[in-house]
Design a protein around this ligand. Structure first.
Ligand SMILES: [Mn+2]
Length: 338
């Protein structure tokens, strides 16, 4: 590890201008911020640029409250930089990324065969990329500022879903280390800002357009400003005690998107999604969460998405139809009654 830190510092000259590219989510934002801090005093220019605009309210709150300086991609000129870094992603993850050749890549996604850089640190066994960067900071004996620590702490929290998703000992250690430097009120504030006013409108519309069948709630919200609102609504509905499943559909760009959520108790959302929609588009997921995306071209018989009830009935038919299939077990041999 110590060798790696030395190698990282040797990579750059003081006059270099470094562009750090990210596909902004909490983990990539915090990783970029940590890399920037790590290279303070080693490099005069270090700019972080998200390759597309940030839209998630929580990510916007994170950037605003922690005053994270970001340069929008369309406002930077690649010619102003002679060094490039990528964190929490690999070039193959986005066509924009693959336009650059990188001096440094630090990531925790599985290594892609085409990923290469003079400095390459890929650790798929880590739950969060911010854990790797926290290790570098500790190695360099850098005490993180309140804002940097809060960003890293929040990133580990979200990428591991509060350690419910895969993580390892290192994530735990980094989390524990950052705890004392973190402003927890800021984390709470960031976490709580899930909705924008625009989303609230869809929330209202979505709740009005729901239909309950036993413990299953079906909603169709029409055209959605982004798929996040569907996820938020589906997760919100599960907070209702009588509800064990939620299915929320909406049209985003040229696709019907259906979000599946359940309480996680002996249920198979991924399999149900595949059975209900797999023939029409991509569908699948985990036991308690799944998603289907169907090109509208596959659904020529459906009217405009503004006809909420027709679309909701389509979801109900596809899902309930396959639901009953699931319940059908091979018939038990008839008892011999003579
Ligand atoms: Mn990540």
């Amino acid at each position: 590890m110590r060798d790696r830190l030395g190698k990282l510092y040797q990579l750059f000259d003081h006059e270099d201008s470094l562009l750090i590219l990210i596909d902004a989510d909490p983990d990539s934002i915090a990783s970029a911020l940590a890399l920037k801090r790590l290279l303070r005093g080693h490099l005069t220019t270090r700019i972080i640029s998200p390759i597309r605009p940030i839209t998630r309210p929580q990510n916007l709150t994170m950037v605003r409250l922690l005053e994270i300086p970001l340069a929008p991609f369309d406002q930077i000129r690649a010619a102003d930089f002679n060094r490039f870094a990528l964190v929490d992603s690999q070039p193959s993850h986005n066509p924009r990324f693959s336009e650059f050749s990188y001096d440094l890549i630090i990531d925790h996604h599985p290594l892609n065969a085409h990923t290469q850089a003079p400095f390459l640190d890929i650790r798929p066994e880590y739950g969060s990329n911010s854990t790797i960067l926290t290790e570098y900071l500790r190695l360099a004996k850098i005490k993180p500022s309140l804002k940097l620590a809060t960003a890293l702490y929040y990133a580990i929290k979200t990428d591991t879903r509060n350690f419910e998703r895969s993580s390892n000992e290192a994530d735990m250690r980094a989390f524990h280390f950052l705890f004392r430097y973190t402003r927890h009120a800021l984390v709470r504030r960031i976490e709580s800002t899930e909705l924008s006013l625009e989303m609230l409108e869809y929330f209202k519309q979505g709740l009005n357009a729901c239909k309950r069948l036993n413990d299953r709630m079906y909603c169709f919200v029409g055209r959605a400003p982004n798929p996040d609102i569907l996820v938020i609504l589906a997760e919100f509905l599960l907070r209702v005690v009588e509800i064990g499943w939620s299915f929320v559909g909406g049209v985003y760009q040229d696709n019907l998107i259906v979000i599946f959520r359940n309480d996680g108790i002996r249920k198979q959302a991924g399999k149900l999604a595949t059975r209900a929609f797999g023939k029409l588009g991509s569908a699948g997921g985990h036991a308690s969460s799944a998603r289907a995306e169907i090109p509208l071209a596959q659904l020529p018989s459906l009217p405009k998405p503004e006809r909420l009830e027709v679309w909701r009935q389509f979801l109900i038919d596809r899902i309930e139809g396959n639901w009953r299939l699931k319940k059908t077990r091979p018939a038990a041999p008839a008892p011999q009654t003579e």
